[in-house]
Each structure stands twice: as structure tokens, then as C-alpha cells.
Design a protein around this ligand. Structure first.
Ligand code: ATP
Ligand code: MG
Length: 448
């Protein structure tokens, strides 16, 4: 018996090795790659003319530093995953190398505000990057932090590039932070300060104090979403570095690139789709095919919606449940019917139902998140109503319903009214656990 289980384990490990598609997972997740590794990948990609225009723009922007000039500040804008951070870091590193070859003093700091931070945290992080201060939770004033940064740069000559990544993430007192960087710091140090900002928000600087804005004198550069050809280069290199040769069928890279460029143009998401497809194929012991890509894409969609539901307020979940449960009979579900379902579901889940007006607001919120489409239609003299169409794929509706039920501590064995996929099989019947007039009886139908 012991032998047989040990043999099984060995066999399973052998199978896992035989099926392995991903041989170098770090190339599918940049977090696992060293900075040098990331830059090596970028060098190969940039050599295929990807991001040519943006690179040309940034280079011409920085060109004056090689003739003693002082470029104005630069704001790089664009959607997520368009390579703003990685491209700027790559170019800054190249400028640093070129400057050191030419004997021009050049320093660069990357202040990564990946999470919303108050002015204090941003200044403290910048001071830590420069080695001007230690990490403080509190107990030091903004003035002390500013003075520490100034003191550190006092003896520095040449150029100091400060790259403020996700610049819109300074939520408390951004004016103090930007006034310091834009107006005060350049006056108090000898070095020529060059500020670079990156953000997903085109209007990130709109709410700044007009006096700061007028001193910013920013040039703006937009990173367009990646097109299919660029994504093909990016994905092709990942396949070459990360996956076992011969495990990707023809047309797979093209398909991922086409779908990704059409949907978002985000390189991070495109690589994620490739990774999911590789793991799925590995589990099945197959090569990656176009069908695997479709499955992986469904999996990503499902995870996204389920994660969203998990963190939503209970009434929003209840409203979504009613929209997912309503029987459409080829027609759209109307607000009144959806409200009835919601009301009954709330009673089942021991929630006090909100008013119909508040429920309609919840529907609009769900529409905004992309769970459904709710359009207002006129019924002539009967007034107006919303028609509700569920916009998530039918494959995940059942999972979403189950998740909502378990979030609200309800059993998943209950057959809920007319939900699809939970109709009794031929020969089965429904039992009502209580008088029909009792509130919630509608919901308490169980499969016998
Ligand atoms: N040109 C490229 N070559 C190879 N990989 C790339 C390229 N551009 C982006 N990527 C991949 O996409 C990921 C996201 O890039 P990056 O962080 O620079 O995007 P971003 O525009 O700064 O996004 P965000 O707005 O979310 O910060 C990188 O980690 C890298 O894996
Ligand atoms: Mg970024």
C-alpha cells in the first residue's frame, strides 16, 4: 500500500515535469525579475521599434542637459500597463550612463506613490530615497523633512531628476508637496532639478494651486495603449524566455495580442492572459491553443467580478442577486419586477429592504461596474422604467449567485425561484417549506 502511494507520488511529479510549459516563471511576472532582467527584456523590445515615438520625445526633452541646458518638467500620461514607469526608468538609467561617460553629474530618484499617500509620507519617502532621513511614522514636521532634503542636495551640483510616479496619489495637502518640489527646492539648492511625473489621470494637476501650476511649466507626453503589433513583440519575447519551446500553437500570440489591443492595450494584462493560458494548458497536459486562451480569458473575467462582489456592500449584492435571478423570457427585466425579487431576497437574508428609489440607484451603480446594463425606457402614460440586461457571461452567473448567497450566510442548496440552471430535473419536485403567505416563502423552495 505504502509503495503504491509512493509510486503514485513519483508518477505525479514525473507527469508534472513532463507537462511543464513554464520553465522560467520570472519572465511572466516582472516583480520576480531583477531591474537588470527587466531592462534586458526592454532592450530587446525597444530594438523592435516598440515605443519609438515616446522614446524619441523623451530623448529630445532631455537633450539640453548634454549642452548645459535645463529641460522643463515632464508629465507622462496614459492608461495602466502602457509602460510609462518602466520606459522612463529605462531611459533615466541610460541618461545617467551617458552623463557619467561625458562627466556630467546626474542623479535620479524614483518616488513611487503606488498607494495614496499624504504629503508627509511622500516627503519622508523622498528623503529616505536620498538618504537624507530615516523612516518616520510621526514626530517630525514637514519643515524638518524639507530641510533634510535641501541639506542633502546642498553640496550636489549638476542635474537631479526626481521621478514622481502616480503623481495623483498625493491625497492630503498636495499643494505643499508640489510647492516644495517646484518652487522652494530649486531656489535653495545649486543642482538643476528636473521633475518627471507619471499618472493615469489626464487632469491630475488641475486641482493644484494656480500659483504652483503656473510655475510647473510642464510638457505633456501621452503613452498610447499598445497596438497589436507591439503586443506581439512583447508577448513573443516572453514566450521565448519563459516557456518550453514548441508548447505554443501557431496563432496564440496573435490572438492574445489582438484581444488585448482591442480590449485595453495593457501589456501587463496581455502577459497575464498568456500566463493564465500557460497554467491552464499545463494542468491539462496540452499545448497552449487558441481555445486555452478563451478559457483563460473567461477565468480572468470571472475572478474580476467575483473579487468585486466579495467587497461590495450587502444591499448591492442583494440587488445584483435579484438582477441575476430574474427570469427574462426573452424580454428585459423591469425595475418593478427586479424590486420584487430584491425585496424577497432581502427578507430571506434578514436584511431590511431599501426603498425602490434607493434600489434604482443600486442598479445604476451595478451598471457603472459593468455587471448589467440598465437603460431607462418610457412606457407612455404608465411612466418610465429601467430595463435591465445582465452583461456578464452566463458561465459565471451561477458562481456569482452562489458567492452572494454564501456572503449573506444563506444556504446554496435553496433553489431560488426561477433561476436558470437550478430547475428541478425531470422526476424531481419542489417542496415549499412554509405557508405561501408567510414572508420569504417564495424563496424557501428546496429540492427534494
Ligand atoms: N515595452 C515593454 N516591453 C516589455 N514589457 C512591457 C513593456 N511595457 C510594459 N511592459 C510590461 O507591462 C508592465 C507594466 O508596465 P509599467 O508598470 O511601466 O506600466 P505603467 O504605464 O506605468 O502602468 P501603471 O499606470 O499601472 O503604473 C511591466 O511590468 C512590463 O511587464
Ligand atoms: Mg506605472
Amino acid at each position: 500500500m505504502q509503495n503504491s502511494i509512493q509510486t503514485q507520488i513519483r508518477e505525479q511529479i514525473d507527469i508534472a515535469f513532463r507537462n511543464a510549459i513554464i520553465v522560467n516563471p520570472a519572465y511572466l511576472d516582472d516583480e520576480q525579475l531583477s531591474r537588470e532582467g527587466q531592462f534586458a527584456v526592454l532592450t530587446e523590445i525597444f530594438n523592435t521599434n516598440v515605443r519609438n515615438n515616446e522614446i524619441r520625445e523623451v530623448c529630445s526633452h532631455f537633450a539640453p542637459i548634454f549642452q548645459g541646458g535645463h529641460p522643463v518638467h515632464l508629465s507622462v500620461l496614459g492608461k495602466t500597463g502602457t509602460g510609462k514607469t518602466i520606459t522612463l526608468l529605462y531611459l533615466l538609467q541610460e541618461f545617467e550612463r551617458l552623463c557619467s561617460e561625458k562627466g556630467i553629474p546626474f542623479q535620479q530618484y524614483h518616488l513611487d506613490l503606488c498607494c495614496p499617500a499624504p504629503c508627509f509620507r511622500a516627503l519622508n519617502t523622498l528623503a529616505c530615497l536620498m538618504g537624507a532621513s530615516k523612516f518616520y511614522k510621526r514626530g517630525i514636521s514637514l519643515e524638518d523633512l524639507m530641510t533634510a532634503i535641501e541639506r542633502c542636495l546642498l553640496s550636489t551640483s549638476g542635474y537631479v531628476a526626481i521621478f514622481v510616479d502616480e503623481a495623483d496619489n498625493i491625497r492630503t495637502d498636495p499643494n505643499t508637496f508640489f510647492t516644495f518640489l517646484v518652487k522652494r527646492l530649486p531656489l535653495r539648492v545649486n543642482a538643476k532639478i528636473i521633475l518627471l511625473f507619471a499618472s493615469n489621470r489626464l487632469n491630475w494637476s488641475d486641482n493644484l494651486d494656480p500659483r504652483v501650476k503656473s510655475c510647473l511649466k510642464m510638457r505633456e507626453l501621452i503613452f498610447e495603449p499598445y497596438d497589436a503589433t507591439s503586443l506581439q513583440h512583447i508577448l513573443g519575447l516572453r514566450v521565448e524566455k519563459a516557456l518550453r519551446p514548441g508548447t505554443v500553437e501557431d496563432g496564440v500570440i496573435e490572438k492574445i495580442a489582438a484581444v488585448s489591443s482591442r480590449n485595453h492595450g495593457d501589456a501587463r494584462k496581455a502577459v497575464d492572459l498568456l500566463t493564465r493560458a500557460a497554467y491552464l494548458a499545463e494542468r491539462k497536459g496540452e499545448r497552449i491553443t487558441q481555445a486555452t486562451v478563451d478559457l483563460a480569458s473567461d477565468e480572468i473575467e470571472r475572478d474580476k467580478y467575483l473579487a468585486m462582489i466579495r467587497t461590495s456592500p450587502k444591499h448591492l449584492q442583494a440587488a445584483l442577486y435579484s438582477a441575476l435571478t430574474g427570469k427574462h423570457k426573452g424580454h428585459a427585466l423591469r425595475t418593478g419586477d427586479a424590486y420584487l425579487l430584491y425585496d424577497r431576497f432581502c427578507r430571506e437574508a434578514s436584511l431590511t429592504p431599501l426603498t425602490q428609489r434607493a434600489f434604482t440607484d443600486l442598479l445604476s451603480e451595478l451598471d457603472m461596474y459593468g455587471f448589467l446594463r440598465a437603460s431607462t425606457v418610457s412606457l407612455g402614460r404608465y411612466g418610465r422604467t429601467k430595463e435591465i440586461y445582465v452583461s456578464v457571461s452566463p458561465a459565471i452567473i451561477d458562481q456569482m449567485r452562489r458567492l452572494i448567497r454564501s456572503n449573506l450566510d444563506l444556504s446554496n442548496e435553496v433553489i431560488y425561484g426561477n433561476c436558470s440552471g437550478s430547475r428541478p430535473k425531470a422526476g424531481g419536485h419542489l417542496r415549499v417549506n412554509g405557508g405561501a403567505s408567510e414572508p420569504g416563502a417564495w424563496a424557501r423552495l428546496t429540492r427534494c
